[in-house]
Write a protein that binds this ligand. Structure first.
Ligand SMILES: Nc1ncnc2c1ncn2[C@@H]1O[C@H](COP(=O)(O)OP(=O)(O)O)[C@@H](O)[C@H]1O
Ligand SMILES: [Mg+2]
Length: 214
């Protein structure tokens, strides 16, 4: 690994480091394969994830969603270099439940998802661990685009919303009304949201039925 890199998170498919990059503090995300997968397939999957992450980061950035600035993609070594965000993870902010302006935060999240979906980026893992709030200007930052893809289908966008709702139900059960506020801001700031919200109701229903069956 790069000199002076400090490991901050060891995940199942990626290691996240902080390290200096040129004159700045950067995040390096290194993807690695799974031992049980066929090596050629594995290399392909890893490469695809990296390409998806870099592409979506850039697409979102252009659409006005605050995301880490992409510095460098090192395909050979399966690494992405990006801006280090000085901020706090939304999950922790809500769990600590202090000094947060809940309705403002909900509005920021709704607007960010609306912008992201308006350029057809589906995040794929929309949880409160993948949202950060910048210390400097309290801007909401979306991270972790490794499972993202491009789709204009209302159903895919609805599933993105559903994943976030599940996070609120499981991780922030006392903040269910916050998810309702997120949806409200999403609808208000996204012209095409009507069809998506109709699909969302279907997806929810299906989810509930699945839960009942087991
Ligand atoms: N650009 C960034 N700036 C600051 N912290 C980051 C950044 N990217 C990731 N992190 C931190 O590392 C954690 C894991 O990164 P993430 O991209 O979500 O990888 P994973 O696939 O392991 O979830 C995040 O939850 C966040 O705390
Ligand atoms: Mg993550």
């Amino acid at each position: 690994m790069t000199e002076n890199a400090i490991l901050i998170k060891q995940g199942a498919e990626a290691r996240v480091y902080t390290a200096p990059f040129l004159t700045k503090k950067a995040i390096i995300k290194e993807r690695f394969g799974k031992a049980y997968r066929h090596p050629i397939l594995d290399k392909k999957l890893t490469a695809r994830r990296i390409t998806q992450e870099a592409r979506s980061l850039f697409k979102c950035y252009k659409s006005g969603v605050d995301t880490p600035v992409l510095y460098f993609v090192d395909m050979e070594n399966s690494k992405i270099y990006m801006e280090f965000i000085e901020g706090k993870v939304v999950k922790d902010l809500i769990l600590e439940n202090k000094e947060i302006k809940k309705d403002q935060l909900a509005e920021k999240i709704g607007i960010a998802i609306a912008r992201m979906h308006s350029v057809d980026v589906i995040h794929g893992d929309l949880t409160t661990s993948n949202l950060l709030l910048r210390d400097s200007n309290k801007s909401l930052v979306v991270i972790d685009f490794g499972l993202s893809y491009v789709s204009s289908l209302p159903e895919d966008k609805a599933v993105d919303l559903y994943v976030l709702e599940r996070t609120f139900l499981s991780t922030h059960p006392n903040f269910e009304n916050m998810f309702a506020e997120i949806l409200e801001a999403y609808a208000k700031n996204y012209k095409a949201s009507k069809e998506i919200l109709a699909k969302f109701a279907d997806v929810r229903l299906r989810g509930r039925k699945r839960n009942m069956v087991g």
